[in-house]
Design a protein around this ligand. Structure first.
Ligand code: ZN
Ligand code: ZN
Length: 343
């Protein structure tokens, strides 16, 4: 039983808000509600069921009719209410069994078609950035800049931002996940933009940093250190390397600049139908043996995004979307990584 919206979309192409699939060795069932009946009949190639009530109850009917005995479900995508409803609707001989996220592992390596879609998304995202930058001036509010970025994404055909666009100015750039506010960009301040677009279902992710005026040495040094770390991270990306080694490559550079304590998140993440997917590019997790660690594979699409954040002063993060290739990697993001300026 597949309930994760991204997994349902991956398997069926359906991108509505309410879909459920039952996969058996020789058959597949897709369940949705009447709002999506037309869309489902036109696009879904397996058996379509339109549920009047909760999808799980329709699933229970199919399970009983087909005499399925053991149902694997996605624990991260099944809530207690739904689980209880299913248990009540099914005879006691049917076993509900949580399964490991194997579809997420399958999704980590992208097909050529998916890679093409991600390229489109990355290019549209960078174009929205370039168009917006022509209009960014001191005096604009964070929210106004975020609105312009998202407006340009939509003008370029993207269905939505892939996540809440981050625009932060001044000392607020030290907050890695700042929500855009009414704060205005002033002269001699940092501006950090972290943005992604969803285009034809596929996401992109990029962070760039600008300075309104001539950057002082402290800003230039911070920027250079993070850029060096980002390039070291990119340089490490190749098939068969453990994710913690890629993270370590970026982290060690920041350590050499005494900035490792200021690097408070992981180096990157997979992306695709969702903005955060397997693999996470971070430190070796406690309890995970080195030999069991996830290794990069050709066809994975990940971000490399080290950052350093100094409270009360500001922060820098530089992020590209990257394709793992047979020999190393291809940086998909076309936007320049020079410390940008604002007129
Ligand atoms: Zn980002
Ligand atoms: Zn990211």
């Amino acid at each position: 039983m597949v309930s994760s919206p991204a997994n349902v979309q991956y398997l069926s192409g359906f991108n509505g808000s309410n879909g459920l699939m039952l996969l058996a060795p020789s058959e597949a069932h897709f369940i949705t509600d009447p709002r999506y009946a037309q869309e489902a009949s036109e696009t879904i190639t397996c058996k379509v069921h339109i549920a009047k009530g909760p999808l799980a109850l329709e699933a229970a009917k199919i399970i009983k009719r087909k005499r399925f005995k053991k149902i694997g479900f996605e624990p991260a995508w099944m809530n207690m209410a739904e689980h209880g409803r299913l248990e009540k609707a099914l005879p006691s001989r049917v076993l509900l069994h949580p399964v490991a996220p194997f579809l997420e592992d399958l999704r980590a390596v992208k097909s050529p078609e998916e890679i093409a879609l991600i390229r489109h998304s990355v290019n549209a995202n960078s174009e929205a950035y370039a168009r917006t930058m022509k209009r960014v001036r001191t005096g604009l509010r964070e929210l106004e800049i975020a609105a312009e970025l998202e407006f340009q994404m939509k003008v370029l055909g993207c269905e939505k931002p892939a996540f809440e666009t981050i625009v932060a100015v001044g000392e607020r750039t030290a907050l890695p996940h700042a929500h855009p506010s009414l704060r205005r960009l002033q002269a001699n301040e940092l501006l950090l933009i972290d943005m992604g677009a969803t285009l034809d279902g596929y996401t992109s992710d990029m962070t760039r940093v600008l300075f309104a005026g001539k950057p002082p040495k402290k800003v230039r040094d911070l920027y250079q250190a993070v850029l060096e770390a980002q390039l070291a991270g990119l340089d490490a990306v190749r098939p068969d390397i453990a994710v913690s080694q890629v993270d370590g490559a970026a982290r060690n550079v920041l350590k050499s600049h005494k900035l490792d304590k200021q690097f408070v998140h992981s180096t990157g993440h997979g992306l695709g139908l969702e903005i955060h997917e397997t693999p996470k590019i971070g430190k070796l997790q406690k309890g995970v043996k080195k030999k069991d660690e996830i290794k990069l594979r050709a066809g994975m699409v990940i971000t490399i995004e080290p950052g350093a954040y100094i409270a009360g002063f500001g922060g820098v993060r530089i992020e590209d979307t990257v394709l793992v290739t047979e020999r190393g990697c291809e940086v998909l993001t076309p936007t320049s990584k020079e410390l940008g300026g604002v007129v």
